[in-house]
Design a protein around this ligand. Sequence first.
Ligand SMILES: [Zn+2]
Length: 251
Amino acid sequence: MQKETFDVFCPTCNILVEAKVIARGFGEYRSDAVNPMDEVDSEYHGDHYSVALCRRCNGPFLVREALYGVPGEFETVTDEVVLYPVSGGPRIDGLPESIGRSVAQAHRSYAASSYDACALMCRRALEALCKTLSAKGRDLDRRLADLEASGRIDSRMIHWAHGVRLVGNEAAHDVDTAVTVEDARDILEFTEALLLYVFTLDTKFRSFEARRKGRAQPSATGVAQPNAAPNGGPATPSGSSGVTEGPPSVS
Ligand SMILES: [Zn+2]
């Protein structure tokens, strides 16, 4: 039986919504399975993919249903996973645990519609970032300025960080102003983009440069080694998203 709708969490509406199926298709039946059309009384497993649209905002979803059945007898869905949009933010390789905790809490706060708490957690992630990078200054404003002055983080990103800081300050001190869903979503994205840049992409780029340098001088002794952290490589293909543990790859 094919579903016409799915109940899914829409990150744009930030609530549970009904999404209407507009397209569907089957993946290959797995190699250990048989073609359900040919063999009677044989078990089969397969995947069923559906594209659905949020009834409120029209945002798209890709849903995979794992099917298990016996031809002519029954077919049942054993698992249902939303493949897109990915929940929990991007995977940030090399993110120190101290920062990852705040980001994870910001996500949980956002999902629970606690936008003030989300802003506070984003600001705390920045505090933890400054500590990890040994930024100097007596408050967050000055510590961010220090990171900019030392060239550790580009000016444009520092501009984003100040935006996050200011919303976080409002959430902490301004009892008359509530952080809106749009502001919470934006600063969460800015925070993650900043962390992705510092901990994943920068490390990856240094590794890329070192690799190319090594290729250019294959016979030279003391070929440049990637100075990236050992976990600076590509993400392991585990299905989890969000933060990963590992030593800080920056100093
Ligand atoms: Zn929606």
